[in-house]
Ligand binder design. Sequence first.
Ligand code: ASP
Length: 362
Amino acid sequence: MSYDLNLPLLPLPTRADATDTTAPRLLIIYTGGTVGMAVNRSGGLVPMKFGRLDRKMHELTRLPFRLELLSLPAPIDSSNVTPQDWLYLAQLIGRHYTEFDGFVVLHGTDTMAYSAAALSYILEHLGKPVVFTGAQVPVGANRSDAQRNLITALEIAAARHPRGHTVRVPEVCVFFNDILIRGTRAKKVESQQFAAFKSENYPPLARAGIGLEFDDKSIRLLPATRLKVHENMETGVAVLPLFPGITEAVVSAVLGVPGLRGCVLETYGSGNAPTAEWFLNCLAEARQRGVWLLNVSQCEEGRVVQGKYETSARFAEMGIVGGEDITTEAAVTKLMFVLGLGLSEARTRELLATDLRGEITL
Ligand code: ASP
């Protein structure tokens, strides 16, 4: 990806007059993903450049919003996304923040949950909607879900409280199929059906049926302050999923990666792991080298309770941080974000254990 912050914005024709300043002004940022893919010569799906999106999606012309499109010059399959791309995407949003009322990011579904979680951390004090969406079937194909997902995502980005003008969802979130999910709670759970995402350990922020029903009590409304776009993500991060039979060679190889600063330890049930001496020694030794360990459960629901069983009794004294009910996606990106801040040991520990963007329920 090239990191040009001065990419052109293409106005899309809609029902709203471009001079009507009462019509919500929304920016669509197209990054790639199946939503904009076509089959290449060797038969694989690759992202296309999006020119006039309205020509592929006539429904857009009926919307009462002022719409503009920013297409990345080299759209990607989201399997190729990097922390550098997240920082760039956040900077693009920061660059256009005051001009627009809301943002919709068209993104591949494979890593959308990681990107939405990453942007949740990077965009601190966000006061406007940033809605990620995409499609399981490309926009040009019959039975594509792109129209439905994008139109509703735009409606969410434009939504105001019924009485008053305040923004309805001032969060980074994922809209897909029929649910709106907080960015730090999203998980891709399906690769063949339209309902590709799940909201883990937290209620959906809205449901789209015949109407759009917002669950206002689940949406974070923070006092309006100036947006802060952070500029660093630590990339010396790994994930270590446990499985019965895991060997010392595997654990020590992962925890011994040169430059490793943090690791998500994917444990069993409520945060449990083997009590074998070699295993605990590997963890203790990594901790002594200053590697942060975040204990995240492999279970999709429930939470980590360190010390509940003997199999996690020594974790707290070793300084392993309990991830509560966080997802792996939100944990990996939280480690990258918090370690990227370059804070003291005590402050790093405090932030890792704190609910920063609605990623954990304490
Ligand atoms: N491989 C695609 C991507 O993540 C899948 C999708 O968009 O649904 O870019």
